[in-house]
Design a protein around this ligand. Structure first.
Ligand SMILES: [Zn+2]
Length: 611
């Protein structure tokens, strides 16, 4: 790759006075801070996969295969987040990461390699049962992640990425095991699942998985998912038939009935037909994203239906109203990786008209995703200081203890209950949840020529119009029009429509609905459109599974949760331990007057956020 550092990020910045409410552009910049701060410039810009923020002292640790597999997610995230906030910080990190990652695309077959280096004696360590060697492996899942990341960046600069992308597509095609009308990447028996040893030139074993739980990660279809999604994205841009054909074969494998179904399905529910599942929700949701991409690109209604019913089954777990869905039953925790998936699925399905999941997306981003981001330095320090002293252990170069809390600000937790984030961060979650910020931000509105659809009432700048959201303090949204002639605004389910009022430049407007959207025609440059409505405040009791339960008690906890609109402003009972990072410290959101702030808004010159 070339040394040009600015890539193609261009846009305009301007000052504005805006409500000091959830600001995804600011969250994006903070996530970039955390990503850059937990990336190791002295070790090929690999992430430290483990961040022990709650340990005393706090430290970061490299984790071998997990670093190598997840760093491409940071790379993808940097691309998306930078387009949202327009920050010019961390370009050195982004370039260093790109140069390192693309140098590991194998010169012969294009696949992404885990390259052995004496600087990383831990090399492929991570899974307890892995028996890997200190030599190079081709990694199929990160090859897929690199493909998705480079296809998005292709929109920034086609010349820079095209050859590497075509090489990857060809490599993925040659590495796939093909049978009948389907294809797959096998477990392989190389010591690390779904990777093959370069020294033996490929897969040692090529049997297909017997169930989704095969392999060290217990997620056989996940190891096909990124490849499918990247291939479908590439086909959509270029019409590359090789990519489409391979994606189709991998989809037919991933949709085999043996990989689907929920053990608790009633007799009359054919779970595998509905895409039901009951384990490793993030891995399954990543497969759903892949199937959805392929289903949309090929206009395959059957596949889109499968994704929809699968999503709806998943959302019946936990307390979906706040985005808390336990990820790995029978255990009780939410891994924020899933929050990124949920936003991708809800935004894409809603956009495609497969369902209206905008309120689901709004609840996830306002609640558990916003809370999963570690933004409060004092709370991090409190958690660490409350722990007994425990010195970090690791090989030379594997551990970092310098300014951990300061430099990690903006990354995400990994183990979330409804009210707390506890134990160390695994950075897969930062990679996936930070991309969730981008998916939500992108979903806020859709613009085409002079027509705009506002899907979620969140702050946002765009070339068509800017949105100021006063939620959850006040039921007020102000839209500053730039170039739109027709503006449609989706009204959330909780708003009492009989009390909704709208005005343009202070003059009342009659409301005209199309479905859930109020439509305003004849908008002019510089118009100020304002919507006012009461904020519904509601306290409800919602129950989630929580551990095994003591003798004679059911294993559930009922939470009392106060919502203002879709935003949680209080929840109890809480985890009062000082060694956790508490969620939902939101007393300030109970005020009725919105705080304001001055901020720099950014609008990218062209739409390049096509994820
Ligand atoms: Zn994770």
């Amino acid at each position: 790759m070339s040394e040009s550092k600015e890539f193609g990020y261009l846009g305009k910045s301007y000052e504005a006075e805006v409500p000091d409410t959830l600001d995804l552009a600011q969250r994006a910049e903070l996530a970039m801070h955390g990503i850059a701060g937990t990336t190791d410039p002295d070790n090929d810009y690999l992430m430290w996969i483990f961040i022990y923020w709650q340990n005393n002292p706090p430290y970061m640790k490299h984790g071998g295969a997990a670093d190598i597999e997840c760093t491409p997610k940071f790379y993808d995230s940097m691309t998306l987040l930078r387009q949202i906030c327009g920050s010019k910080k961390y370009l050195d990190t982004e370039l260093g990461m790109e140069n390192a990652l693309t140098s590991w695309l194998n010169k012969d077959d294009g696949l992404f390699d885990a390259v052995y280096s004496p600087e990383r004696p831990w090399h492929m360590e991570h899974y307890p049962d892995a028996k890997t060697k200190k030599e190079n492996y081709a990694m199929l899942c990160p090859s897929g992640i690199m493909l998705t990341a480079m296809v998005v960046r292709y929109d920034l600069d086609p010349v820079r990425y095209e050859a590497a992308i075509r090489g990857l597509v060809d490599g993925l095609d040659k590495a796939a095991v093909k049978k009948d009308d389907y294809a797959y990447y096998p477990e392989g028996d190389s010591g690390h699942s779904f990777a093959f040893l370069r020294s033996v030139g490929g897969w040692k074993k090529t049997e297909e998985a017997k169930s989704d739980r095969d392999g060290l990660e217990s997620a056989a279809t996940f190891y096909q998912a990124y490849q499918i999604r990247g291939l479908a994205m590439w086909y959509a841009r270029t019409g590359d038939k090789q990519a489409l054909e391979l994606a189709g074969k991998l989809v037919r494998y991933a949709m085999k009935p043996k990989f689907w179904g929920d053990a608790s399905n009633p007799e009359h529910v054919v779970g595998y037909q509905q895409g039901h599942f009951d384990f490793h929700f993030h891995a399954r949701a990543a497969v759903l994203r892949a199937l959805l991409e392929y289903g949309l690109v090929t206009e395959d209604t059957r596949i889109c239906d499968f994704v929809r019913s699968s999503y709806e089954h998943m959302r019946s777990y936990g307390i979906n109203q706040i985005g808390y869905i336990p990820c790995a039953p029978p255990r009780d925790y939410l891994e924020p990786c899933l929050l990124g998936d949920l936003l991708a699925l809800t935004v894409k399905m809603s956009r495609a008209g497969i369902g209206d999941y905008w309120d689901d997306a709004d609840r996830v981003i306002r609640n558990h995703l916003a809370e999963a981001q570690l933004t409060n330095l004092d709370l991090l320090k409190r958690a660490s200081q409350a722990a007994p002293v425990s010195e970090p252990e690791g090989q030379p170069g594997q551990i970092c203890t310098e300014n951990v809390h300061e430099r990690m600000l903006g990354i995400f937790g990994t183990w979330l209950s409804p009210t707390s984030s506890y134990d160390e961060t695994w950075q897969c979650c930062t990679g996936n949840a930070s991309r969730g910020i981008a998916y939500a931000w992108d979903g806020i509105l859709d613009g085409q020529d002079d027509q705009v659809q506002v899907n979620m009432l969140l702050n946002r700048a765009s070339k068509w119009l800017d949105i100021d959201s006063y939620l959850p303090y006040e039921g007020k949204v102000v839209i500053h029009n730039k170039i739109a002639k027709r503006v449609s605004v989706r009204i959330p389910v909780w708003v009492d429509r009989s009390k909704l009022q709208a005005s343009v430049n202070g003059t009342d407007r009659k409301l005209s609905y199309v479905g859930s959207y109020v439509v305003f025609d004849d908008m002019k440059k510089g118009d100020k459109l304002q919507l006012d409505f009461p904020v519904a405040e509601e306290t409800v009791r919602l129950t989630a599974h929580s551990g095994k339960g003591r003798e004679g008690q059911k294993p559930y906890t009922t939470y009392t949760i106060t919502f203002r609109g879709n935003t949680v402003v209080d929840i109890s009972p809480r985890n009062e331990s000082p060694n956790v990072y508490p969620l939902y410290l939101r007393d300030h959101m109970k005020a009725k007057k919105t705080p304001m702030k001055t901020k720099t808004r950014f609008v990218a010159d062209k739409k390049i956020l096509n994820w």
